[in-house]
Design a protein around this ligand. Structure first.
Ligand code: AMP
Length: 395
């Protein structure tokens, strides 16, 4: 696996695919610069080597050129975060971009215009990728968020950099974190899957059963498993058509010696609303008119034990409807348990969608080992798929 350390960037122009798809407010100000901050170590390392950086990214989903999606809006923020002057060029291929790249001096940063102003980007067009490739000497992919897409700048362009391509620090960290959970992690290995639906996580469950010793199934997903085993779940969310599959998963887990942990109690609400009435009930005896919306105290205690007995922990999906304050407790307590296990030496990875939002919202970001930057890319990795953006560097 080639990383930045395999190259000397002195007097070289690095063409870096970053993920600067940041949120902007109505004044076109960046409201969350996390993605820019995440790319900083890669950029600074190359500049310190004596190289220059040409940054390419997409922003939003424009249809052709649309001023509101121009990366010119973020140039000042990029400059502020990096602490380095950033030049912006209003195209990503062609004469203007080539001239700006050619005159870029060592230690300098150039930000290209939004790649998706060209439909060739998402189409993975080879001729477009070749035009991009003219801008730099070494291709660096540091955009995990788009690594599952075979787009021109994330995948196709790599073929024009035979022996001159590598992962940036961020992408390398993402790959290492996933490998730790899926391959090299210290045992016992635990995966915690929560969230709303079994159907969106089936492939992950099937893939992960071969990798883990323990699997916690929480959140809305759990009710399909509870009902399939004969429990009474009241008005809780459930995918009836997935009940046979849930039983099959339980059977497979047994055969593979994976211990499955399902909540034993739940906080039931009489409406899907923050100020609904609530009561703690056995998860197999939820009254009609009530729905399970959060993990109950016995489940939280049981999960805490499992989490603290494990050395490698993956967390994907909340244990309850955490967006509503009244039903966030289970998710927060799980975060506390994982933080404690991490403090005691476990490796913990949080990835894929809503658990990342929960971790940030409740302040666990610095108390877990790694928080993934890619939603879809993370889910596909957990499904066992090889991401095209990663494969293109390895080829
Ligand atoms: P996912 O994107 O699959 O990880 O699902 C995340 C969503 O699951 C969040 O919006 C949660 O509110 C929701 N969720 C978690 N637990 C429950 C539950 N018991 N009932 C309904 N929705 C839930």
């Amino acid at each position: 696996m080639k990383t930045l350390n395999d190259f000397d960037f002195k007097d070289k122009k690095a063409l870096i695919r970053v993920d600067f798809n940041v949120p902007l407010n109505e004044k076109f100000e960046v409201t969350d610069a996390t993605r820019i901050v995440s790319a900083k170590p890669t950029i600074i390392k190359i500049l310190e080597d004596g190289g220059s950086c040409i940054l390419m990214s997409h922003l939003g989903r424009p249809k052709g050129f649309q001023d509101e999606f121009s990366l010119k809006h973020i140039a000042d923020k990029v400059s502020e975060v990096l602490g380095v002057e950033v030049e912006f060029v209003a195209d990503c291929i062609g004469e203007k971009a080539e001239a700006a790249a050619a005159s870029l001096e060592p230690g300098k940063v150039l930000l290209l215009e939004n790649l998706r102003f060209y439909s060739e980007e998402t189409a993975g067009d080879v001729a477009f990728a070749e035009k991009l490739s003219k801008l730099g000497d070494i291709y660096v992919n540091d955009a995990f968020g788009t690594a599952h897409r075979a787009h021109a700048s994330t995948t196709i362009v790599a073929q024009f950099f035979e022996g001159k391509k590598c992962f940036g620090n961020l992408l390398a960290q993402e790959i290492e974190s996933i490998q730790k959970v899926m391959e090299t992690g210290e045992k016992p290995v635990l995966a915690i899957l929560g969230g709303a639906k079994v159907s969106s996580k089936i492939t992950i469950i099937e893939n992960i059963l071969d990798k883990v010793d323990h699997l916690i199934i929480g959140g809305g997903m759990a009710f399909t498993f509870v009902k399939a085993q004969g429990g009474k779940i009241g008005d809780s969310i459930c995918e009836d058509d997935k009940m046979p599959l849930a039983l099959e998963i339980l059977k497979q887990a047994k055969a593979k010696n994976v211990q499955i942990h399902i909540p034993v109690d739940t906080i039931a609400a009489d409406a899907f609303s923050n100020d609904a009435n609530k009561q703690t009930v056995d998860i197999t005896a939820i009254p009609d008119g009530w729905e399970g919306v959060d993990a109950g105290p016995k489940s939280i205690a049981a999960f805490d034990k499992v989490v603290n007995a494990c050395k490698t922990i993956l967390w994907n999906g909340p244990l309850g409807v955490f967006e509503m304050e009244s039903f966030a407790n289970g998710t927060i307590e799980l975060g506390n348990s994982i933080a404690e296990a991490t403090k005691n030496g476990a490796f913990s990875l949080v990835g894929g969608g809503d658990s990342v939002a929960a971790v940030k919202q409740f302040g666990f970001e610095n108390k877990v080992s790694y928080v993934s930057t890619g939603g879809g890319a993370m889910l596909e990795s957990l499904e066992g798929k090889t991401l095209p953006g990663i494969a293109a560097i390895l080829e």
